[in-house]
Design a protein around this ligand. Sequence first.
Ligand code: SF4
Length: 197
Amino acid sequence: MTDPQRECRRCRLADRRTQVVVGRGNPQATVMMVGEAPGRDEDRTGYGFQGAAGKIFDQVLEYLGLSRDTIWLANAVRCRPTDDGRKNRPPLPDEVIACRPWLMDDVRTVNPQVIVTFGRTAWESLTGGSWKDVTAGAPFPLAESRWAVALYHPAYLIYRRAFWPQYRDHLDRLAAFLREMGVSTDPASGPFLTMVR
Ligand code: SF4
């Protein structure tokens, strides 16, 4: 059966995409993670968080004792935002609004206890709140006994090494909350982000 999401043309981003980058992972996951939108690599492969930001994302998962197989991974916007097919750009507000029903479909279907968002777009689309009020790594209550936790987007870290210790504090706060929620975590030992060049 055709997945209507893969055929979606609700916004202009349908015109330049290679494919819709749909959510993936464990459909019974306790933890869902939400990124902003596909970039060039994600558009090409169909998988979220590729390239340099993807390497950081994988280290975040490792640090938290999670993996791509144990979580559900989705984007707030599912087609690559680009004006010329070469450069990525941030999604526009109407594109985020157009794509939000797919995000909420994933939330209803997967039914996670904890939803971790990466960056402003994902947070604001999921919660309807403002990014400026966020305390990174701290739990925020949602309807139906769910919790949201905001983290900065991995792409923000690529050229900001001075921010990494602060980011690790955010992850430690999140890891403590996941343990409190009974989400089994087996955190990696050793320093965070050692492999990222
Ligand atoms: S970005 Fe979302 S709403 Fe827009 S065409 Fe793609 S799947 Fe549809």
